[in-house]
Write a protein that binds this ligand. Structure first.
Ligand code: SAM
Length: 272
């Protein structure tokens, strides 16, 4: 049974900040490339959902320029406003729940959400809402993890270490599933965008091997530490197993795969 409470609440500031930093380090380069491919340009009206640390929204604001604007939303935007880079004049930050709160229709040239819809049991209704919010000719870019296609432990040189990591990862996946996260919807994004009438649809998957001590490992440490108490209380994993896995994630000789990040985009038919 799922609840609608986000598992990785930004109020756990140390872990959430570490998560945002490693997500930006790992994925911004590809995200920017796909936003460029969608044609982001001066004067565009942009929407960034679940903006996290705001780094993608700030990049969009730079591309949109003074004639454009960016609306950056999050249920908890504390890291966007706290960032030393500040909030540019053409960017608005809004507390907004993409499931429950309204969005203007036919308002945006581009909408982006990374690692947000994957969490939401109402993700397909949210996709409908996002397509409505696009202007004709506007672009939707959705990026989410699929953790099942390529198991993380396949990259481990030492099979025992891989197995140990996989056990703690499965505990995390179980807690995520109980909150409504889908580990496999991202592979369907290509169809989901197409069946909503978007054209020029593309979907690309990227998986990366990471070493202990890298931003990829820091992300897993932040995630594990945030749910450690809940996972132990649920009997999914022991304190010792947690400790051993955190040590693996600090060991440069340990390697694992990231989940596959699908980046799917398409254009709403009509004039620009
Ligand atoms: C895993 S983080 C990803 C942050 C950022 N998009 C990135 O990829 O770096 C998910 C973000 O979505 C926000 N979020 C969760 N549920 C949301 C909802 N229903 N509406 C808007 N934002 C939400 C969280 O507060 C968090 O900042």
């Amino acid at each position: 049974m799922s609840t609608d409470k986000y598992l990785f609440d930004n109020a756990a500031e140390a872990e959430a900040r570490a998560r945002m930093t490693s997500l930006s380090a790992q994925h911004n380069e590809a995200t920017f490339r796909y936003l460029e491919k969608c044609g982001i340009a001066p004067g565009w009206s942009c929407l960034e959902i679940g903006a996290g640390d705001g780094s993608v929204a700030r990049w969009m604001a730079q591309k949109a320029g003074p004639a454009g604007r960016v609306l950056a939303t999050d249920i908890d935007p504390r890291f966007i406003v706290a960032d030393s880079a500040g909030v540019p004049a053409n960017m608005e930050v809004r507390v907004h729940d993409i499931v429950k709160d309204a969005l203007p229709e036919t308002a945006f040239d581009i909408i982006h959400a990374r690692l947000v819809l994957v969490w939401l049991p109402a993700r397909l209704a949210v996709l409908d809402k996002l397509v409505k919010a696009l202007k004709p000719g506007g672009w939707l870019l959705i990026e989410d993890y699929d953790a099942k296609i390529i198991p993380a432990e396949m990259a481990a040189a030492d099979a025992n270490a891989g197995e140990q990591f996989a056990k703690v990862l499965q505990a995390l996946f179980e807690l995520m599933s109980r909150r409504g996260l889908s580990h496999s919807y991202a592979r369907d994004l290509h169809h989901r965008l197409g069946e909503r009438g978007l054209t020029q649809v593309e979907s690309h998957g990227a998986v990366t091997a990471f070493h202990g001590g890298s931003p990829g490992a820091d992300l897993r440490i932040a995630n594990f530490q945030q749910v450690k108490k809940a996972a132990i209380e649920a009997g999914l994993v022991s304190d010792a197993e947690f400790g051993d896995t955190i040590a693996l994630l600090r060991d440069p000789d340990f390697t694992a795969f990231t989940p596959t990040m699908f980046s799917a985009f398409g254009c709403k038919p009509g004039a620009t």
